[in-house]
Design a binder for this molecule. Sequence first.
Ligand SMILES: [Zn+2]
Length: 135
Amino acid sequence: MTVVVHALNMGRALCNFSRKVPDQWPEGHRWVPADRIELVTCQDCLDVIRLHRPSKNHIPRIEALWAFLSVDPKDGNEGVIAAPLQIGMVSLPLIGSDEQRVKSLLPIARQIAKHQGIRVRLVKFTTREEIEVIE
Ligand SMILES: [Zn+2]
């Protein structure tokens, strides 16, 4: 039998495959603490971990933000486009702070424009105003 190893957090598997405590899980399901990601084999648990783990920052100071905006055909109103980056995942706004990320979002924006028959604008914001520091 294949054993699936879930990441446990607050007594529950991160993927929520079962509402029961681990002792009552079906056979073939094990767990490790959520910080032992290298031992987790459940793909859904890994997706949850990757989504919530802050990635290491690589820009010393963000001086520009790019955003993909949808344009309403009737009145020209704009909105930030959100899209799931994987099937079944939560939608994330198509915003980037470096050109490499923006380039990686471009095919998604093009797909949305084509499939929804809408105009999409890629805009760059370069004014920075620090509003608050939260610690
Ligand atoms: Zn899992």
